[in-house]
Ligand binder design. Structure first.
Ligand code: SF4
Ligand code: SF4
Length: 191
């Protein structure tokens, strides 16, 4: 935590050129465990749009495109509007996430939760922490959509809007290096 003008915010700093998205997720988990009160009894952020990244799909369904297709059909919504595609976790009619245990007000698959869920902390954040999170989510979703075009899950004509994102394909979060997937300006701002 660092002090900002009107209080405190959490910040993220990269201390190794080899830092991975997996490191980012693990350290956020540790920060949550050690610093932030647990969510028990609150499910306010589990009724929002939860976009998915390519490694989220690997985490949930493995790397076999056929298994991924089944997961997409059963647990996700794929929305194509104009030239834009959105891939997100399915929501029930009350907008709650398909993985939300509504009775216990907690995630029924907490271990596998997506990058969006892992990285959401409802306390103030610094600008570079916000930019890191948003950039990873946007690029990871673009990498997913590009792969779905190549696997024939969505019309290949969308591929032009989603060129390959270097550093994502076939990799788990631990194997994805921040320096390889972030724009240089975003990465350098984290050093
Ligand atoms: S992160 Fe915040 S808003 Fe979301 S469930 Fe936990 S306490 Fe509630
Ligand atoms: S995956 Fe889990 S943590 Fe994420 S929105 Fe759904 S219920 Fe909430």
């Amino acid at each position: 935590m660092i002090q900002i003008d009107d209080g405190f915010a959490y910040d993220v700093r990269v201390v190794s050129e080899e830092a991975s998205v997996g490191d980012y997720i693990r350290l956020l988990d540790r920060f949550l465990d050690e610093t932030v009160a647990p969510c028990f009894g609150c499910d306010n952020c589990c009724s929002q749009r939860i976009p998915l990244t390519l490694p989220d799909l690997y985490t949930y369904a493995g790397k076999d495109p056929e298994e991924i297709k089944v997961f997409l059909k059963e647990k996700c919504e794929v929305v194509c509007q104009g030239r834009v595609v959105d891939v997100k976790l399915a929501q029930r009619s009350d907008r709650s996430c398909i993985f939300l245990d509504r009775e216990k007000k907690c995630c029924s698959d907490h271990l596998h939760r997506s990058l969006v869920c892992h990285s959401y902390i409802c306390i103030p954040q610094t600008e570079r922490a916000r930019l890191l999170r948003e950039t990873l989510i946007n690029k990871g979703e673009d990498a997913l959509i590009g792969s779905l075009c190549r696997w024939g899950v969505i019309d290949a004509s969308f591929a032009g809007s989603y060129p390959p994102e270097p550093g994502w394909e076939g990799k788990d979060f631990e194997e994805i290096l921040l320096k390889e997937v972030l724009p240089l300006s975003v990465f350098e701002d984290l050093l």
